[in-house]
Design a protein around this ligand. Structure first.
Ligand SMILES: Cc1cc2nc3c(=O)[nH]c(=O)nc-3n(C[C@H](O)[C@H](O)[C@H](O)COP(=O)(O)O)c2cc1C
Length: 135
């Protein structure tokens, strides 16, 4: 299972409608190549994990990073992971986290940390917690 975990910053404000449109496109493309994952949007930053076959994940990721709607991308983790998918049920799960309130005691992440300040391990834990509580 190949995974890429990255952070980026939106180059424009994303409305609920913009996010819904983005997700619709992402889910249909990801489903076609069996890529799963989770996307979180908070205070103008994105945190996303993509998992699947190497070719599929890197193909999708290359398209994502050339998307002008965001930039300042930092890769937190990239490589082969052991075992099965961490997000098997989501072609792309999504959660919008209210600005400046990354409150999730289950994760132990400081309640007022910005996505940008999470290290790879905390970011992954945070995405897992979000995937369990999303709709
Ligand atoms: C933060 C962010 C996350 C995205 N995630 C995905 C994704 O998981 N899968 C995907 O196909 N496109 C994703 N996109 C959208 C792609 O960048 C691109 O717009 C979309 O795949 C349509 O590509 P096309 O116009 O070449 O058909 C994402 C875009 C942004 C800004």
């Amino acid at each position: 299972m190949f995974r890429i975990l990255y952070l980026s910053t939106a180059n424009q404000p994303f409305s609920t409608n913009d996010l819904a449109k983005l997700l619709r496109a992402a889910r249909s493309k990801n489903t076609a190549v069996h890529v799963t994952g989770m996307l979180v949007y908070s205070d103008g930053d994105f945190l996303q994990i993509l998992e699947g076959e190497y070719q599929s994940v890197t193909g999708i990721y290359d398209r994502i990073i050339s998307d002008p709607r965001h930039g300042d991308v930092s890769v937190l983790q990239r490589g082969l992971g052991y075992g099965d998918r961490l997000f098997p049920n989501w072609s792309m799960g999504f959660k919008r986290v209210p600005d400046q309130t990354l409150v999730d005691e289950a994760v132990g992440v400081n309640s007022r940390v910005k996505l940008r300040y999470l290290d790879a391990m905390s970011a992954l834990d945070f995405l897992l917690a979000c995937s369990r509580s999303q709709t």
